[in-house]
Design a protein around this ligand. Structure first.
Ligand SMILES: Nc1ncnc2c1ncn2[C@@H]1O[C@H](COP(=O)(O)OP(=O)(O)OP(=O)(O)O)[C@@H](O)[C@H]1O
Length: 369
């Protein structure tokens, strides 16, 4: 499109106001999502927030009570899984125990009724592409976790679906393997042009892999955006609190002037830019966040946002020293210090900290319902 807008036919997936109930319990509530061609989408959120149920609705393993699902612009809401242009990969890989690797990988093509010779040719190609040719005659019980993962992926991708649905696909792998596997999967996804919808509760996975990250909580989407958008501008206190490294402050809106709001909190008054949000009514409950690395110790006297806090612990993350501090109202504040030469702050010490107005991010009061 010349103006850069996206038409429905350019979308691999569209969810329109999906709702799924189990009895009186709502597992997925009013979820809408648009996935462009070949996008890598991560559904991120705590356990029980509805990620897997959303994925199962897309797969056709659950039927939503309300809403529509479109794949490649075609309505598929009532269709069974095999009529949707999708494949699925589960955390436990769900390999067939008695089938050889070659047989498993060819299974999807067999189900589609493809001729034997064509299946054999494609299986050989895919085994080679996934570097598992030497495993062709082995059965799952004799494979390592990483090998099973490759087999499951090869089996899912051989039919070249429009969308691959992955439920915690690297959750069962050793921690040491995950980074390499993530990189491989990302490259594979980019080469294949297949959209990936990847469910995870691990924000490192979501932020390093996703073109689009969808943060869910209590059956709803709290925020969706690029990793950069979600890191830089969390829209709700939940998203800010869920993403590592944010400090969340709750307070009362004061006056707004020049696009900056005064917020009165138990530990002081702070200046917070309104950015694209309307000014809340004076006295309204509001919240904002500031990232741990945006805070400075021994702050310049001109910094408008200042607190005094007592250090309770120091953690080391490579080049970063994370300080856990206690504010006067008992709330926790995280402050990250970079560089080996920075003056040390020790547990028990009381320090002055501060940050610029523009490093505070106001949350959207409308979304806090
Ligand atoms: N078949 C079912 N019957 C009743 N409740 C269900 C059913 N399937 C899911 N739920 C409930 O729906 C909610 C959402 O479950 P879902 O599996 O989608 O969460 P999730 O975000 O994927 O969690 P996890 O990360 O733990 O897998 C949970 O409270 C779950 O107990």
């Amino acid at each position: 499109m010349p103006d850069g807008s996206v038409t429905i036919s350019q979308l691999d997936l569209e969810l329109r106001r999906i709702r799924k109930r189990y009895g009186s319990f709502t597992a997925v509530d009013d979820v809408s999502l648009q996935v462009g061609k070949g996008q890598f989408v991560c559904l991120l959120g705590p356990s029980g927030c509805g990620k897997t149920t959303t994925l199962r609705c897309i797969a056709g393993l659950e039927e939503p009570d309300d809403g529509d699902i479109l794949i490649g612009g075609k309505e598929v809401t009532g269709d069974p899984p095999w009529k949707r242009d999708i494949a699925m990969m589960f955390q436990d890989f769900a390999l067939f125990p008695h089938m050889t690797v070659a047989k498993q990988v060819g299974f999807g093509l067999e189900m589609l009724g493809k001729p034997k010779a064509e299946i054999a040719k494609r299986v050989a190609e895919v085994l080679k592409a996934f570097e598992i040719t030497s495993l062709a005659e082995r059965k799952p019980a004799s494979l390592s976790g990483g090998q099973k993962q490759r087999v499951a992926l090869a089996r899912a991708m051989i039919t070249e679906p429009r969308i691959l649905l992955l439920d915690e696909p690297i959750g069962a792998l050793d921690y040491s393997l995950r980074e390499t596997v993530m990189l491989e999967l990302k490259m594979l996804q980019q080469r294949s042009g297949i959209s990936f919808i990847w469910v995870t509760h691990d924000q490192n996975e979501a932020f390093s892999l996703g073109d689009l990250v969808v943060v869910m909580n209590h059956a709803k989407i709290e925020q969706q955006g690029t990793p950069e958008e979600i890191l830089a501008r969390p829209r709700t206190p939940f998203v800010a609190g869920f993403v590592q490294g944010n400090n969340v402050f709750h307070g009362e809106a004061g006056t707004a002037a020049g696009g900056v709001l005064r917020v009165a909190c138990p530990v002081g008054e702070f200046l917070v830019p309104l950015a694209d949000l309307p000014a809340p009514a004076p006295g309204a409950a509001v919240s904002f966040s500031v990232r741990a690395e945006r805070i400075a110790d021994r702050p310049d006297p001109t910094l408008p946002n200042r607190v005094t806090a007592r250090c309770t612990a120091v953690e080391f993350f490579g080049a970063v020293r994370r300080h856990i501090l206690e504010l006067a109202d008992g709330e926790v504040l995280k402050y990250d210090q970079f560089g080996a030469l920075a003056p040390r702050i020790l547990p028990g010490q009381t320090v002055d900290l501060g940050w610029r107005a523009e490093d505070s991010v106001l949350h959207d009061a409308v979304l806090q319902g």
